[in-house]
Ligand binder design. Sequence first.
Ligand SMILES: Nc1nc2c(c(=O)[nH]1)N[C@H]1C(S)=C(S)[C@@H](COP(=O)(O)OP(=O)(O)OC[C@H]3O[C@@H](n4cnc5c(=O)[nH]c(N)nc54)[C@H](O)[C@@H]3O)O[C@H]1N2
Ligand SMILES: Nc1nc2c(c(=O)[nH]1)N[C@H]1C(S)=C(S)[C@@H](COP(=O)(O)OP(=O)(O)OC[C@H]3O[C@@H](n4cnc5c(=O)[nH]c(N)nc54)[C@H](O)[C@@H]3O)O[C@H]1N2
Ligand code: SF4
Ligand SMILES: [Mo]
Length: 727
Amino acid sequence: MHHAPSAPPSGPIETRHGACNLCEAICGLTFQVQDQRIISVKGNEADPLSRGHICPKAVALKDLHEDPDRLRQPMRRVGDQWQAISWDQAFELVVDGLARVREQHGANAVAVYQGNPSIHNWGNVTHGHLFFNQLKTRSRFSATSVDQLPHHLAAYWLYGHQFALPIPDVDRTQFMLVLGANPLASNGSLMTAPDIRARFKALRERGGKLVVLDPRQTETAAIADEHLRIDPGSDAAWLLSVIYTLFDEDLVQPGHWAPLLDSQEELRQAVSAYSPEATADHTGIDAATTRRLTRDLAQAASGMVYGRMGVSTQEHGALCQWAIQVINLLTGNVDREGGALLTSPAINLIQMGLMGKGHHNVWRSRVRGAPEFGGELPVSVMAEEMLTPGKGQIKALVTSCGNPVLSTPNGQQLDQALQGLDFMVAIDFYLNETTRHADVILPPTCFVEHDHYDLVFLHLAVRNVARYNEAIVEAAPGALHDWQIYSELAQRYARRVWSLDKGRALQRVKGMASRAIMARLSPQRLLKIGLKRAKSSITMDQLLAHPEGIDLGPLKPSLVASLSKRKRRVNLLPTLIRQELPLVQATFLSASMSKAEGPPLKLIGRRDVRSNNSWMHNTTRLVSGKNRCVLWMHPQDASARQLQDGQAVQIQSRVGQITVPVHVTDQIRTGVVSLPHGWGHNRPGVNLRVAQAHAGASINDLTDDRATDRLSGNAAFSAVPVEVRAA
Ligand SMILES: Nc1nc2c(c(=O)[nH]1)N[C@H]1C(S)=C(S)[C@@H](COP(=O)(O)OP(=O)(O)OC[C@H]3O[C@@H](n4cnc5c(=O)[nH]c(N)nc54)[C@H](O)[C@@H]3O)O[C@H]1N2
Ligand SMILES: Nc1nc2c(c(=O)[nH]1)N[C@H]1C(S)=C(S)[C@@H](COP(=O)(O)OP(=O)(O)OC[C@H]3O[C@@H](n4cnc5c(=O)[nH]c(N)nc54)[C@H](O)[C@@H]3O)O[C@H]1N2
Ligand code: SF4
Ligand SMILES: [Mo]
C-alpha cells in the first residue's frame, strides 16, 4: 500500500465533495479526509440530484482505495507467476504483443472488450477511443450486448439516433408502468434517479400510480400499487397486446407526435392477432387486467412504460424496447412533461456530434453471422470467434473495465477460449476471473484518486444537473489514471504500427499529430474546451465553485422540435419488426411452457443493493452477513422436487451446471427460479481474498451463448431453461 499508516493521523480534517461512480445514480458524496486517508463517506444533502442519498456501496469506495489486493503496479505473467514491471516495460510489451498478432493474422484478430465501468470512468470516455480506434478491428465487444443494446436499436430505428433515449420523468409523472427493472435495488438504469424510493413515494403521494410487471416480488414491486407476476420472456407478447388495445379501444392519442408518425395503419394490422385474450395464456396476465392497465396509461394526465434489464436481456429484447417506445409515442408521452424525455446536459455529446447515430447489420460476425451494431458485435459470439479456426480468428484481446468470464453467457467456454489466446492485456486493477488470463495487466488509479465529470449518466438523469469533482485523495507517485494509460498506448501504438507501414506514412503523421495533441490533454482540459465549444451557460469556474453540483432544472421537451427541424419522420413499424412479427406469432399466441407437464424451470437474475455486477466483492463490508448467492424457488416447485430451504442444489442448463443453496420463498412466480450474477470467485489464479472467501457460483456458467435476441444479438439472460435437483 502506498500510504504508510504507522504514525497516528495528525493533519487537519478536510471536507471534499465527490460523486459515486459505482452505479448510474451517481450520488453526490461528502468525504472527510485526514493525511490523505478517507475517514468518512456520507451522502451530500446539497446535491441537487441525489439530495443526500447514499447506499452501502459508496462507503466501500474507501475499501477499494485501501484494498491490499488492488494492483498498483503493472504486472506481467510468466507461466503462472506474476512479476511487477515498470510502466515503460509494460507498454512496450503490450504494443509489441498486439502489433505482432495484427501483422501475423490481420487487424480483426485483435479483439476489444470494454466493460461497464468504461462509461462510469470519464477518462475512458475521453481517451479510450484514441487507442481502440487505431486497432482498426471489427472484433469490438462490450457490456452493451449483455445489457441495453435493444434500447439503442429501438432509438436508432424510431428516432434515428442510438443515443436518443427518452428518460422517465419520474418526478412529474402520474403513471409509471415498470417492466423488468428493480430500481430500488439497482438505483435506476437508463434513468439516473438517486433515491428512487423517495421519488416513487412522491409519485404516489401526488395521486400517481406505480405498476410493476416482474416474475419476482422485488423491492420495487413491494412498494408499487400493483404487481403482476408476468411469465419471464413473454413481455413482448404482452406489450403487443397493449398496442392492440390502444387501437382496439380507440385510445391512440399521439398529440404533438401526430404529424410525425408513419405506418400507424400498418402497425394496427401487424398487431391484429395479439389481442390480450390471445396472449393471456402465454404471459400469465389476464386480458381484463391488460385492458384496464392500458386504459389507465392512456387516460393518465401523463405516464410512461419503462422497461430495463429484465426485458432487454431476453429472447425478444429488441421487440420489447421497440414496443415500449411505440406505446409511449401512441399515448403522446414521449417528449412531454411527466412522460419520457431527452435530457439537456451541460455537455451534450449527442448534440456536439461526438456520439455516432449508429448503424446496424452493416457486417456480420464470422462464425454465426450475428449483426454488428454501431461497430460492435454481440459479446455472446466472442468465445466462438476465438475458438473457431480460420481467417479472422481472434488471437489477441484487450479488456478494459470488464470481467466477461463472469458477466457474459457461457463463462466456462470463454474461460477456455481466453486460455488459448496468443496475447491478452487487461486494463484493470484486480487480478480476477478474466484478467488472470492476461499476459500483462495495466492497473489504473481507483475512483477517489482521480477527478470526475460524468460524461454519460448526466445524459440519462431525471433532472438536468452539472457537477465536476476533483480527486478526493492524491494518487500514489507514478500511478497512472485510465486516460493516461490510453494516452500512452495510443501514442506508442501509433509509432509502432506507423514504422511498419511506410506507404501510408503521410496520412498517418497527420493523424498522429492531432491524436498526440488530444492524447496529452487531460479530461479536465477537454471538459473546459467542451463547455466553451458547446456554448454552455456553465463555466469551469462555476463547476469548481460548486462541487455539490449545479441544478439546471427539470427535463424539457426537445425531441419533436429537433426531428421536425430535420424533417425526420418516425416509422412506427421498422422493416425488421415487420418481418419479425409473423415469426413470433406461433410462440406468443400459445400457452406458456410453464403450464405444460414437467417443463424445465425458467432461470432469471437478481440484483442486490450491496452487490455491483462482478466486482466490489472484495470488501468485507459488502459481502458479510447472509449469503446472497442463493437460488430463489417457489414452495410448490421446491416440494415437487422435495427440496428444503437452505439445502444445496445442483442447477443444470444446456451449457453447464453449478451448485448453490436454495431459498424457498413465495416471492417468486411458480416455474421460475432466480439467482444473482457476478459471483463465482473460486476459479484458480484469482487474487481477491475476501471475494474468494465468499465465492458463490456464476449464473453465467448456466446462461447460454446461443440464446440471443435475434434482432439485436443481445444476450438472453431471462427464462434460461434449467433443471434443479438436490446436490
Ligand atoms: N446473468 C447475468 N449476467 C449479467 C447481467 C445480469 O443481469 N445477469 N448484467 C449484465 C450487465 S447489465 C453488465 S453492465 C455486465 C457487467 O459486466 P462487465 O462490464 O464485464 O464487468 P463488471 O462486473 O462491471 O466488472 C468491472 C471490471 O472493471 C474493473 N474496474 C472497475 N473500475 C475500473 C476503472 O475505473 N478502470 C478500469 N480500467 N477498470 C475498472 C473491475 O476491477 C472489474 O474487473 O454484466 C452483465 N452480465
Ligand atoms: N446494487 C446494484 N445496482 C446496480 C447493479 C448491480 O449489479 N448492483 N448493476 C448496474 C447495472 S450494470 C445495470 S444495467 C442496472 C440494471 O438495473 P435494473 O434493470 O433495474 O436491474 P435488475 O435489478 O436486474 O432488474 C431486472 C428485473 O427484471 C426482472 N425480470 C427478469 N426477467 C424478466 C422478464 O422476462 N420479464 C420481466 N418483466 N421482468 C423480468 C428481474 O426479476 C429483476 O427484478 O443496475 C445497475 N445498478
Ligand atoms: S446508489 Fe449507491 S452505488 Fe449507486 S451511485 Fe449512489 S451511493 Fe453509489
Ligand atoms: Mo449494466
